[in-house]
Design a protein around this ligand. Sequence first.
Ligand SMILES: Nc1ncnc2c1ncn2[C@@H]1O[C@H](COP(=O)(O)OP(=O)(O)OP(=O)(O)O)[C@@H](O)[C@H]1O
Length: 124
Amino acid sequence: MKEWRSREVRAFRSAGAGIWEALRSERHMRFHAAAGLAVGLLGGLLRVSREDWLWLLAAIASVWTAELFNTAIERTVDRISPEKHPLAKAAKDSAAGAVLMTAVFAAAVGAIVLGPPLWRLCFE
Ligand SMILES: Nc1ncnc2c1ncn2[C@@H]1O[C@H](COP(=O)(O)OP(=O)(O)OP(=O)(O)O)[C@@H](O)[C@H]1O
């Protein structure tokens, strides 16, 4: 039981270190983190419903997750193929495409959920 717990603690520490390293070294990761925090603050300010919170959280989590996978793929490609190679390019471009897909999804969710109450707050 004790051994299991220390293994779990180590796994959490490694996961936290991975997130911290991505935040430290990747400009895009910092941008997504700031955008997620801003959306969270706006959601609180505009008192969105429970259901809308689920959409906002799903959008934020999907972008952060995609960016972390993108970082992992970039690191792996740089490690195993420091020289130029079409497959290395394809791998990095696909990973970047995945981030773009989630960012478009998140922007759509943000516009649908936050757009109308933000409009009312500003113009009505
Ligand atoms: N080894 C490689 N072989 C061929 N093309 C590569 C290689 N490494 C990178 N590229 C191309 O250059 C682009 C930029 O790669 P880079 O490693 O600078 O990542 P990035 O997208 O700028 O990520 P970030 O700025 O978040 O670190 C890739 O999307 C890919 O098209």
